[in-house]
Design a binder for this molecule. Structure first.
Ligand code: NOJ
Length: 535
């Protein structure tokens, strides 16, 4: 196996650390808690854990506002806990990926405190400071992604600083070479401690227009939408200077890769397909020098119809540069959960899709038990996105509720009061109950992952689109003479499958409906919302 095989084929599992497992009863998940649950992750069959930020933070944006890049927030534990987690993950063959948040720090980060202390401070240029417009207002029309202007006035020094997110999250100036050097040291700090890679937060935001030009108005904006959509982010994201910067970052991480282990960069990039694949960073010689995995979020926005999903997969496969590693994501801590978007029966099909397509699948914690978004009453809202633009359905608390481990008080997550309320259904929708139920979505995930591991065609084979009627998504995964056929009936009526699609002598290796392996005979029909893998 080549050293990069793990991130090309392995399964990534995202942990939102506040909500995974609390070990000390304060109602907030922590590193020891994650350690206690490693065997569950091994049993599930995943390869790598990505943990959302665990660094010291005032928690204005729940850890995405970092006050010290090289320490652990006491709520989550200590560096010793972190080292123990790395050791225990490694002992079980699990890789560990950290969140790297390069676009902005907390406004309490010592760098920002120095930078704002005076116009002549040596760190002034580490952030984006501009004079007010002639009328005293913000220097240009840029908007914060959380609502309101992207500029806040510092009264004491009479200049505005730029923040793509909250005013508590000032943007670093990545054109400054000292900033780059300091931020690369952060990567090295964690690589030396043994991490296998990073998920890079809002990578495409790092460089802003050098002339600070106004963003154009978005003609498609509808009143009532997220107000940051009023403008098109032409001058604030995906600037041409991003490409050499990403290549530079990649070199820092590559220096820690060797024949036994390859370190990975996963880019958070909400971009159209043609711009997304640019972040593989293919140079004139065809070498891929960008991030190894530009996160592919297309399934998050997709309509759950066979034709649309089929088109998304085909277009993505066609857009990948030679040698690029594909990847697929169903959900994360910023988006409504898959089971709430499409319902559990279709979420089972989504699991089959995620784990039978080519490339690296990423699972969001709790999706494997079909957790749904939990309505949060207004007086319990925590997420600043909801607080800034209330009532628009933008809040992300619903998809961040505690993991449902058991039906006991606290759901096995905490002995205390959880920081965010538990789902009402935790008494029956939980890991313990689903482990005991062969028909559960958890058992389906386990079967899918085990099959994917057993069948090289599923993790390494090429992808071949097939035609099987309007409601059925069909494709083959092929390696040498092994040919597996994946069929998914998105419709609510039974769907007979054309005989020519059925591999000769095949059996049902897996069905989303039943555990039984059955021979495949002419007249083979999928039940409503059933998916199968034949081989
Ligand atoms: C993307 C993260 O996923 C999100 O949770 C966060 O609020 C923003 N970046 C700002 O860091």
């Amino acid at each position: 196996m080549s050293a990069d095989a793990w991130w090309r084929n392995g399964i990534v599992y995202q942990i939102y650390p506040r909500s995974f497992q609390d070990s000390d009863g304060d109602g907030i998940g922590d590193l020891r808690g994650i350690r206690e649950r490693l065997d569950y992750l091994v049993g599930l069959g995943i390869d790598a854990v990505w943990i959302s930020p665990i660094y010291p933070s005032p928690m204005a944006d729940f850890g995405y506002d970092i006050a010290d890049y090289e320490a652990i927030d006491p709520r989550f534990g200590s560096l010793a806990d972190f080292d123990a987690l790395v050791a225990q993950a490694k002992a079980r063959g699990l890789k560990l990926i950290l969140d790297y948040v390069p676009n902005h720090t907390s406004d309490r980060h010592p760098w920002f405190l120095e930078s704002r202390s005076s116009r002549s401070d040596p760190k002034r240029d580490w952030y984006l400071w501009r004079d007010p417009a002639p009328d005293g207002g913000p220097p240009n029309n840029w908007l914060s992604n959380f609502g309101g202007p992207a500029w806040t006035l510092d009264e004491a020094t009479g200049q505005y600083y730029c923040h793509s997110f909250l005013k508590e999250q000032p943007d670093l100036n990545w054109r400054n070479s000292e900033v780059r050097a300091a931020m690369y040291e952060v990567l090295r700090f964690w690589l030396r401690r043994g991490v296998d890679g990073f998920r890079v937060d809002v990578l495409y935001h790092l460089i802003k227009d050098d002339q600070f030009r106004d963003n154009p108005v978005n003609p498609a904006y509808q009143p009532g939408e997220d107000e940051s959509h009023r403008l098109l982010p032409l001058y604030t994201t995906d600037r041409p200077e991003m490409q050499p910067l990403v290549a530079e970052m990649r070199r820092v991480v590559d220096a820690f890769s060797d024949t036994d282990s390859s370190r990975v960069l996963i880019g958070e990039l909400y971009l159209p397909l043609d711009r997304l694949v640019a972040y593989y960073g293919r140079n004139a010689e065809g070498v891929l020098q960008g991030v190894q995995l530009p996160f592919n979020f297309q399934l998050i926005a997709a309509h759950w119809q066979a034709a649309e999903i089929g088109r998304i997969v085909r277009d993505y496969e066609a857009a990948l540069p030679a040698g690029a590693a594909p990847n697929w994501v169903l959900g994360n801590h910023d988006k409504p959960r898959i089971a709430s978007r499409i319902g559990e029966p279709r979420a089972r099909l989504a699991a089959l899709l995620l784990l039978s397509l080519r490339g690296t699948p990423t699972l969001y914690y709790g999706d494997e038990i079909g957790m749904t978004d939990v309505p949060i009453p207004p007086d319990e809202v925590q997420d600043p996105f909801e607080k800034n633009q209330p009532g628009k359905g933008l809040g992300r608390d619903p998809q961040r509720t505690p993991m449902q481990w058991s039906g006991e008080a606290g759901a096995g997550f905490t002995a205390g009061r959880p920081w965010l309320r538990l789902a009402a259904d935790f008494t029956h929708r939980n890991v313990a109950a689903q482990q005991a139920d062969p028909a559960s979505i958890l058992r389906l995930y386990q079967r899918l992952i085990a099959l994917r591991r057993r069948e090289p065609a599923l993790h390494e084979g090429h992808y071949e689109a097939l035609e099987a009627g309007t409601d059925v998504l069909a494709y083959a995964r092929v390696q040498d003479d092994r040919r597996l056929v994946v069929l998914m009936n998105f419709g609510t009526a039974a769907a007979p499958i054309p005989a020519q699609l059925l591999p000769a002598g095949a059996t049902v290796l897996l069905s989303t409906r039943t555990e039984d392996a059955a021979p495949v005979a002419p007249g083979f029909t999928l039940q409503p919302l059933e998916g199968v893998i034949l081989g």
